[in-house]
Design a protein. Sequence first.
Length: 194
Amino acid sequence: MAQHVLSPSNLITPYGYKIAIIGSGGHKFSDYGAQQAQDVIAGIIEEESRKLTEDEDGALRFILSGGCKDGGVDAWAVDIASWYDMDTIIIKPDYEGWDDNGGYKERNRSIAQRSQYIHVVVPKTDRSGGLGSRGSPTGPCYHCAKRPDGIRDCRQPPLHMKSGACWTAWWGIEAGWVNSNNVHFHLIDQNPPF
C-alpha cells in the first residue's frame, strides 16, 4: 500500500480511479456518530477493494482524502484504506485559510478535480442532537440548502451539519469535474435509536 501526500502546489497524482472520501472533522462527531461514520467508510472502501480485485483492466484505485487536521472522516478513510491495502492520496492545504492560494478552497477544488467518485460523510446533527443556527460553525449546511434542483441528478440531502466537503462535491458537479451520479452523501446519526 502506498500513501501519497500532496499539496495544492504539488499535485502530480498517480494514474487510476480516485474515490474521494471526505467529510467533517472528528470534533463534530459524538462517539456513537464516529463509529457509525467509520462503518460507512469501511463499507465504501470494502466495495472499492472488491472492485479492485474484480477489474479486468487492472486499473488502480486510490482513496483520496483532504488530510483534515482535526482527524475525522479524512483520517478514518486513510486508516481504513490501509486495512484493505488500498493506496491513498492525501491532499493537504499549504496553510490553514480559505482562499485560492493554497488554502482550503484550492485544496477542495483539487480533490474534486481529481476524483471520479465523491463520498461526503457528515453528521445529521451536532453532538447533542441539534442543528445550531445558520452561519455558526455547527449550523445547518447552507452549501446543500442553496442548491437548485436543476443542476444535478443526485438527490439533495436532507438538512444536516455544515461541511466544506459538501462545498467540494457541489463545486465538482458545477464545474463539470465529477458526474453528479457519482456523488454520494452519507448522513450520520449522532445518537443511537431508542
